[in-house]
Ligand binder design. Structure first.
Ligand code: SAH
Length: 458
């Protein structure tokens, strides 16, 4: 029923104009100020919508038809775009996506962070915004006795079989198809997450963009894998650059991909890749950015904003496998990295040795715990770089940065909302935001990465 607050009701058909787009690609129409989220609608478009849910402060609708199309609308090239949850923006031209993301960053910084008078540069996009991902991770299942590999249909456990994903490197696609073919050929059962039966849960494929080295990870429920020898043999014969074939065992009822145990079936434990001229070893479970071309752009921006001259002590909080740290080390006096995952820290140390970097120290721990300890030891940072996960920086970390008073902070963020919240804290506590550079690491999706330069106010 309609009431004073809610101007629409379920199943009602209404004509709307779309004003905005959410980060997950839904069009936003306002009915007397009441926002209705509708998948498929683009800003400026008009159309008819059926209300499917009317909550107190917002509702959801289904797009029934458009009466006015946006000039930025394009035909999504992927045949399964409407069913797959991986991409959200294929129906918007790439220029449109970049403009939209820049606007979103500006608005989020203003709304949540109160930051309005800082330049948010145009998003740095890709020349070729397709087939950019270096890592493919695809769930495997079984339907009517037939192994399938694809994605989960929306709100269901049904896997929709997929032959190709056009934001993946071709080679990754090829290997996913090959693993599916071999599972069928050698009688490996696909995993069923409802009954917890079957063997093969996921295939994860990684490729070093510059070395072309490939890693294949077969994630299985238990240790056993039917016809393991034959499968390894065929993978070796049919993937020209395969360097590492790994089995990861995940016995749990969970949607987390990896289990604790990893065994090398053939070849090496890691593959290598370069970002710029720095070489990285990447193991099956390590975090490594998925868009190698744009990663270089992102790290170069971080380096530029750090304004290093060779004399600075730098802290890289949330350092992962040391990617940003090693990028900065060549132009700093010393870099201290801190990271909570122990394997990532050993990767970081290995990567430092691999590149003959001697002025970097890596420590295992929570950044919010290690930084005050460093401060107590008398370590003074001239520049602090943070690159936290989606939830942003811990408040204790922000407090410690304020106490440490570095000349500059470089904030790398994959979530504009937590970024805006943290920038608000920093600007209220002695720092000034100088500029914001969005980088499109994830074309066709709603995600956006940002690098922000901050300076200590006098
Ligand atoms: N800078 C790296 C990693 C960024 S991802 C790169 O660009 O590759 C964020 C990293 O923060 C992850 O490696 C994650 O394990 C780590 N992390 C998460 N919470 C943390 C915490 N409280 N303290 C330190 N590291 C943390």
């Amino acid at each position: 029923m309609k009431n004073d607050q809610i101007p629409v009701e379920k199943n009602e058909l209404i004509d709307v104009t779309f004003e905005d787009l959410t980060h997950d690609g839904a069009g936003v129409a306002k009915i007397n100020g009441y926002p209705l989220f509708v998948k498929g609608g683009l800003p400026g478009e008009k159309g008819q919508v059926k209300v499917v849910q009317a909550k107190k402060n917002y509702g959801f609708g289904r797009l029934m038809g458009l009466t006015k199309e946006s000039p930025d609308r394009v035909a999504p090239p992927c045949p399964i775009f409407h069913r797959c949850g991986g991409c959200q923006l294929q129906h918007l031209s790439y220029e449109g996506q970049l403009a939209q993301k820049q606007k979103q960053v500006e608005e989020t910084l203003a709304r949540i962070g109160g930051i309005t008078d800082v330049p948010v540069h145009p998003v740095i996009g890709m020349d070729e915004p397709w087939r950019y991902r270096n890592k493919s991770q695809v769930p495997i299942g079984e339907q009517k006795g037939h192994v399938v590999a694809g994605f989960f249909a929306e709100r269901s456990h049904e896997i929709v079989d997929m032959e190709s994903c056009i934001i993946q490197h071709e080679e990754n696609d090829h290997v996913v198809r090959l693993v599916k073919e071999l599972a069928r050929k050698y009688g490996v059962r696909g995993y069923d997450d409802k009954t917890h039966k079957g063997t093969l849960r996921h295939v994860v494929v990684r490729q070093g963009k510059h070395t072309k080295e490939m890693m294949v990870v077969l994630v299985t429920k238990g240790k056993e894998l039917a016809n393991k020898k034959n499968i390894i043999q065929e993978l070796r014969e049919r993937i020209p650059n395969v360097k590492s074939i790994v089995q990861n065992i995940n016995p749990k009822r969970t949607n987390v991909i990896f289990g604790e145990k990893t065994e090398v079936l053939w070849g090496e434990e890691v593959i290598y890749d370069y970002i710029g001229d720095i070489k990285f070893a990447i193991s099956a479970r390590s975090f490594y950015q998925v868009n190698p071309d744009q990663t270089k752009v992102l790290y170069e921006k971080a380096l530029e904003y750090a304004q290093l001259t060779g004399k600075e002590t730098v802290i890289d909080a949330y350092c992962g496998i040391g990617t940003i740290s090693l990028f900065l080390a060549k132009e700093a006096k010393h870099v201290y990295g801190v990271e909570v995952v122990p394997e990532a820290v050993s990767d970081a140390q290995r990567n430092a040795r691999l590149n003959h970097v001697e002025n970097a120290t890596f420590v295992i721990g929570e950044a919010e715990g290690v930084m005050p300890w460093w401060q107590a030891q008398g370590i003074r940072a001239d520049v602090i770089v943070v690159d936290p996960p989606r939830k942003g920086c811990d408040e204790n970390l922000l407090k410690t940065m304020v106490l440490m008073k570095p000349e500059r902070i470089v904030y790398v963020s994959c979530n504009p909302a937590s970024l805006a919240r943290d920038l608000k804290y920093l600007t209220e506590n002695g720092f000034e935001v100088k500029e914001v550079q969005p980088v499109d690491m994830f074309p066709q999706t709603g995600h956006i990465e940002n690098v922000v330069a901050l300076e200590l106010k006098n």
